[in-house]
Design a protein around this ligand. Structure first.
Ligand code: C2E
Ligand code: CA
Ligand code: CA
Ligand code: CA
Length: 275
């Protein structure tokens, strides 16, 4: 039994070792991904719920790995956050998204996700400003999506950075709302323009009564704080009917469009009209 145990331990060690080496290799390749042009952006439409009009697009990063194929951001963003690479990656995403949006014929907004790590760097507002200047994108067309984890670590510092960002004229959305520990007080203290209800609540709307109560509560919260509310991950007409009936401001999800390269989105095709 003893030797068997040791055998299992050795197998476990070996598996652990392989996983670590795999992560290490992936991290090294990620470092090369930007200069090699392996990263790209997909854009997903954001729709004004009352009118059905497209009002903006969220930029979502994609890594086209030469041998592994498409690596999902859920796999490489955490890796990039661990080794600081996310600063470089995040700056690339911002610059790319703003440059892309600046070419659109219609003044749609572009929403860009910020990692909490980017929030720790004090010169984030300067970086954003330089990118806006370089691309010529009107600040009001840029929306930055930040998560609760970015602000709860050091609230004073986060508030300072958020205010400086707001002073540039960009808007700020609180992303993945409901998945963390934000209190009413936190939300009130920060100058968010929008709250994004996390997909996990939207997807449970039809199956769990509590999810409907939570979504209603967030919509009420948004109304009382003067913040718009966006529901993400809307996939069904039933979900959309609920959100419309509850006066949700904006919706985003597969029901309206999957994230796609800008060239494949009819509304963004240059020269041509939508439809
Ligand atoms: P997120 O910010 O919550 O983005 C929404 C995710 O839900 C995206 O996954 C999107 O493709 C997916 N989604 C949208 N509509 C639907 C739907 O109707 N049904 C379902 N099942 N999924 C839907 P994606 O692109 O894989 O990104 C995952 C996460 O990776 C994002 O979650 C975000 O946290 C992070 N991420 C993506 N791009 C960036 C980036 O450029 N920078 C940073 N820091 N994080 C990013
Ligand atoms: Ca987001
Ligand atoms: Ca989310
Ligand atoms: Ca997110």
């Amino acid at each position: 039994a003893k030797s068997e145990g040791r055998g299992r331990l050795r197998t476990f060690d070996a598996a652990m070792d392989a996983r670590l080496r795999e992560r290490y290799a992936l991290a090294a390749e990620l470092r090369e991904a930007i200069p090699r042009g392996e990263l790209s952006l997909h854009f997903q439409p954001q729709i004004a719920a009352p009118t059905g009009e497209v009002v903006g697009f969220e930029a979502l990063v994609r890594w086209h790995h030469p041998t592994r194929g498409l690596v999902p951001p859920a796999e490489f963003i955490p890796l990039a956050e661990e080794n600081g690479l996310v600063l470089q990656l995040g700056e690339w995403v911002l610059a790319r998204a703003c440059a892309e949006a600046a070419t659109w014929e219609r003044p749609y907004k572009v929403a860009v996700n910020l990692s909490p790590v980017q929030f720790q760097s004090h010169d984030l507002p300067e970086t954003v400003w330089e990118i806006l200047l370089a691309t010529g994108l009107a600040p009001a067309r840029l929306e930055l999506e930040v998560t609760e984890t970015a602000i709860i670590d050091d609230m004073d510092r986060a508030l300072n950075i958020l205010r400086r960002l707001k002073n540039l004229g960009v808007t700020i959305a609180m992303d993945d709302f409901g998945t963390g520990y934000s209190s009413l007080a936190t939300l009130q203290a920060f100058p968010f323009d929008k709250i994004k209800i996390d997909r996990s609540f939207v997807s449970r709307l039809e199956s769990q009564p509590q999810a409907a109560s939570i979504v209603r509560a967030v919509l009420g919260l948004g109304r009382s704080l003067g913040m718009g509310v966006v529901a993400e991950g809307v996939e069904t007409h039933a979900q959309m009917r609920f959100l419309s009936a509850e006066s949700c401001d904006e919706v985003q999800g597969y029901l309206f469009g999957r994230p796609m390269p800008a060239r494949d989105i009819p509304e963004l095709r240059r020269g041509g009209d939508a439809l």
